[in-house]
Design a protein around this ligand. Sequence first.
Ligand code: GLC
Length: 422
Amino acid sequence: MQTKHYKPEWDSIESHPLPAWYDDAKLGIFIHWGLYSVPAWAEVTWELGGEPSDEEWHAHNPYAEWYLNTLRIEGSPARAHHEKTYGKDFNYEQFADLFTCEKWQPDQWAKLFKQAGAEYVVLTTKHHDGFCLYPSKYTEYNSMNYGAKRDLTGDLAQAVRAEGMKMGTYYSGLFDWTTHPHPRLRHDVYDSYNRTYAFADYSYNQANELVDLYKPSILWNDIGWPDKGQGDLPSLFAHYYNTVAEGLINDRWSVPWCDHTTAEYLTGQRSLEKKWEMCRGLGLSFGYNQNEGDETVMSGEKLVRLLCEFVSHNGNLLINIGPRADGTIPEIQVDRLMKLGAWMQKHGEAIKGTRIWTQKQQDDLGDGRTVFYTVKGNDLYAIIDGLPVGHHALDLPIQNGRVSVDVPDNYPVHVRMEHYFG
Ligand code: GLC
């Protein structure tokens, strides 16, 4: 197969087709891991989109990876926690030496993700705090020089690929709190980023560096892209597609082009026409938050139900885990991934490699029962959630909708309606 050559022009970039592997995959693992994994602390407040105001969100931010920002807000419980635990004079940057990852076994992580049924993994190579999880030649502030003294991105990419999964890179392109004033409120957040050409170049160079070093299957940018560097994006994107033809670019670059859109908790786009991806934590945070437990970390049943809902509506689920600073994954998160994996073993055929049924995505059957539809070839899949344990004969509200199912537990079950479409 001859691969297409992309030119650094929007017309050429916009001819990039959605790679089928991604639409087939349905499930990815997002990893938020960095210096914020050391304090691993945030208040347990709202799902993004459910907060009363921006001010409240930032002072009581449930995202543990925003620790540095939250702790700058006078009177915030995060600041009180920080001063009590580490002392007034302890700078966030000092966490770099404590981010040791000494128990980290990348191949064990990769095996777990594979077992969960994931097809791709996306790692925070640089979050808003500016610390890089790879040996960037553009900053000393990275995991090769401090703490772990390892190329965390490279080692993980290798382990993930050895399990037959794809590796993507998250990069915070607009925010880098080492180079601009720490924002407090959302309007400040967007007004106060570094507007210099030097910073635009810095993001451009690092994004290219990630492409060249890791050939990521997804170039997952966050927040936006510096205004002064927007004219360079066609060059970056062309270089990326020419390096990774089956790669994807998400929708957080401040330009109209993307391969897929993103949703986050209660925010973002979900369209039947344009492929989308939900990213969210198992609880309220992306980075590990030691304050979260069973009350907010979702159950295995809920996790599976969300996957079915999103997939039937043209979405992928990029479910996030927040590992500890020593490289272990908190038990509650492992437990949820294992539950998801056990379900995928039995019902994954109704998820992976499917497409949406354009005519109908779900039906409410009453009594808390819902059916989600997916399609593969000529077969229709009905995934039924909310049935009590036992044997059931049902009439789904579709043509030839008579089905029978055995329900062994509280998880959704699938029925394959063979040759439904001829
Ligand atoms: C947001 C947050 C961030 C998180 C991300 C994941 O933009 O700022 O902490 O990494 O979304 O989608």
